[in-house]
Design a protein around this ligand. Structure first.
Ligand SMILES: [Fe+2]
Length: 370
C-alpha cells in the first residue's frame, strides 16, 4: 500500500486560486506540484512521478483540459486525473472524462471532497497494480512448476494448469472474492510442489501400490510444499491451502487431520478439483477414469472426503462441462507429444477403474500420489 506522501499535480491558470487550494491539500498531507498552463503541466508529467492530477478545464477561455488528460495517459499511464469545472463548462468536463479523466469536481472546489476522491483513486490504483503483479507471479510460478514436478512425472503433464482452471471455475461458483480467487490459482498450480523435495522421487512414477514407507514419505508433500514455497506474509493463505489439499471433510486426511470447516474453503475446493484431475488422468499406475465413474466416486465420497455442498456444486459443473474436462488430460498429453496409447506404464499394467482394483486405484489417486 501507499506509504509515502501522495504527490498531486494541480493545474490551473488562476495562480492565486491554485495556491490557496494547494495549501489546503498540503494540510491533508499531500505533496503538491503546481502548474499554470497545459505546457507547464506536460513538462511536469515528463520529469516528476505523480500519484494524481487535478486540472482545470478552461485555460485562457479555451477548453484544453482534455489535452492534458491525454498527456497524462501518454506520460504516466494509470495515474488518476480529475477535472475541475464550473456549471457553464460541464460539456468540457465531459470531453475530459471521455479522454480518460476519472471524475470531475464542481467549482467552487470542496477540498475535503477532493481529498477523499484522490485517496480513493490512489488506493484503487495500488490494489490494481498489486493484482497485476500477483497474476504475473502466478504465470511465472506456473512455468517453473511445470518444469519441475511435471518433468519428474510426465504422467502429470498439465495437471497444475488444469487444476488452476477448474479451481477458478469453482471459486467463481462459490463466490470467492477476486483476491482469493487469484491466490487460489497460485495454490492450484503449486499444490504438489513439495513432491520435488521428497527424498526418493522414483516411486512417484511407480506402477501399482506404494509400500507403507513410500506412502508415509509421499504424505509429507503438502507441508513440504507450503514450507518451501516460502511462508511469507504475502503467501500465507496460499501456503495454508497447499498444506490442506489432502485434508478430508471427515477429518481422516493429512497432514493435520482437520475436519469440515476447519479446512479453509479454498483448501476444500483445491482438494476436490485436484482429485478430479488425478482420476481423469492416466498415471503410471492407472488408466483415466470415464466421466460416469468419476461422478459416482464424488457422489460416494460426498461428506466423507469432500465438503458436501461443494461436491454438489462440482457435480453440477461436471454435468455441464465434464465431457470436455475428462478428455483434457489426453489432449494435453497429445499436445506435448507424449504417448497417448491406452496401455499403462512400461509393463503394460491392465488395471482399469471398473475392476476389483478400483478401490486401490482410488486410494492411490486420492491419497498417495495425486
Ligand atoms: Fe498432492
Amino acid at each position: 500500500m501507499h506509504n509515502k506522501a501522495i504527490r498531486v499535480l494541480l493545474v490551473d491558470d488562476e495562480v492565486e486560486v491554485a495556491e490557496r487550494l494547494a495549501a489546503r491539500l498540503a494540510g491533508h498531507g499531500f505533496e503538491m506540484v503546481l502548474a499554470n498552463s497545459v505546457d507547464d503541466a506536460i513538462r511536469r508529467l515528463q520529469d516528476t512521478p505523480l500519484d494524481a492530477v487535478v486540472t482545470d478545464v478552461l485555460f485562457d477561455g479555451r477548453p484544453e483540459g482534455h489535452t492534458l488528460v491525454e498527456a497524462v495517459g501518454a506520460h504516466q499511464e494509470g495515474c488518476p486525473v480529475f477535472v475541475m469545472t464550473g456549471f457553464p463548462v460541464v460539456s468540457g468536463a465531459v470531453t475530459a472524462m471521455k479522454s480518460g479523466a476519472l471524475d470531475y469536481l464542481p467549482k467552487p472546489i470542496d477540498p475535503v471532497n477532493m481529498v477523499a476522491m484522490i485517496h480513493r483513486a490512489v488506493r484503487e490504483r495500488d490494489v490494481h497494480v498489486e493484482q497485476l503483479e500477483f497474476s504475473e507471479l502466478v504465470d511465472i510460478v506456473s512455468g517453473l512448476v511445470a518444469n519441475t514436478i511435471e518433468r519428474i512425472d510426465p504422467y502429470t503433464a498439465g495437471h497444475g494448469q488444469r487444476t488452476r482452471r477448474y479451481c477458478d471455475v469453482m471459486a467463481d461458483r462459490a463466490s470467492l472474492e477476486p483476491r482469493v480467487r487469484e491466490r487460489l490459482q497460485l495454490a492450484a498450480i503449486a499444490h504438489d510442489y513439495g513432491k520435488i523435495y521428497l527424498e526418493d522421487l522414483g516411486f512417484l512414477t511407480k506402477e501399482g501400490p506404494l509400500t507403507d514407507r513410500e506412502y508415509q514419505s509421499v504424505k509429507q508433500h503438502p507441508l513440504l510444499g507450503a514450507e518451501k514455497l516460502g511462508n511469507t506474509p504475502h503467501l500465507k493463505d496460499v501456503c495454508r491451502w497447499i498444506a490442506e489439499h489432502h485434508e478430508r471433510w471427515d477429518g481422516r486426511g493429512y497432514p493435520y487431520g482437520r475436519k469440515a470447516e476447519e479446512i479453509s474453503l479454498p483448501g476444500r475446493i483445491l482438494g476436490i478439483v485436484e482429485v478430479f484431475d488425478s482420476l481423469a488422468t492416466r498415471r503410471s499406475y492407472k488408466q483415466p477414469w470415464p466421466l460416469e465413474k468419476v461422478m459416482d466416486f464424488f457422489e460416494d465420497h460426498r461428506g466423507k472426503n469432500f465438503d458436501p455442498d461443494l461436491t454438489d456444486l462440482f457435480l453440477q459443473e461436471l454435468e455441464d462441462n465434464g465431457e470436455e474436462w475428462i478428455a483434457q488430460p489426453q489432449r494435453d498429453r497429445a499436445a506435448l507429444g507424449l504417448d497417448t496409447s491406452p496401455t499403462v506404464g512400461a509393463h503394460g499394467s491392465s488395471a482399469t477403474p471398473n475392476g476389483n482394483g478400483a478401490k486401490v486405484l482410488a486410494r492411490r489417486a486420492v491419497g498417495d500420489a495425486s
